[in-house]
Write a protein that binds this ligand. Structure first.
Ligand code: NI
Length: 164
């Protein structure tokens, strides 16, 4: 097991859609174990492969009692609306209010390649959308208005610079 360094904005891997997962083998199993370990170490509730520098359609999450591995995730339905604060391990300590669907159904493959569907609400729904977005090369700040996005990016750059 290994904790991997987390890639942060504006790394190219975070901004491009990932490749499908095709090999469901022991290497993938090891990778997802490393992703869970990295996520827990960073006190996150979800982590996409892009965040450790891999352009793959794969994420792990442990959020609101729902722990799973999702390969090749697809949001197949999204209903309603929820308000809430969202952040991302790849955008430091920056958080923003962001409306998301309240109820989301995901279709994905587990670590063995078996297809599953799962419908969740609340924080877990937010997590499904956030992580599937990562696999599509989309960061949560993309959903904000250009003005709010620019403000947050400036704040993040400043924080990053001060941390150096
Ligand atoms: Ni994120």
């Amino acid at each position: 097991m290994a904790i991997k360094p987390i890639v942060d904005y504006p790394a190219a891997v975070l901004l491009e859609p990932g490749e499908p997962v095709v090999n469901f083998n022991s290497e993938l199993e090891q990778l997802t174990r490393d992703m869970f370990e990295t996520m827990y170490d960073a006190r996150g509730v979800g982590l996409a492969a892009q965040q450790i520098g891999l352009p793959l359609r794969l994420f792990v999450m442990d959020c609101d009692g729902i722990k799973l591995v999702a390969a090749n995730p697809e949001v197949i339905s999204a209903e309603g609306e929820q308000d809430g604060e969202e952040g991302c391990l790849s955008v430091g300590a920056i958080h923003a209010d962001l409306k998301r669907a309240a109820k989301v159904k995901l279709r994905a493959q587990d670590v063995t390649g078996k297809v599953f569907e799962k419908e969740v609400t609340g924080l877990a729904a937010r997590c499904f959308l956030h992580e599937t977005d990562h696999n599509d090369g989309i960061l949560f700040i993309r959903h904000l208005s250009p003005l709010r996005r620019d403000l947050l990016i400036r704040k993040f750059r400043k924080m990053k610079k001060n941390a150096e």
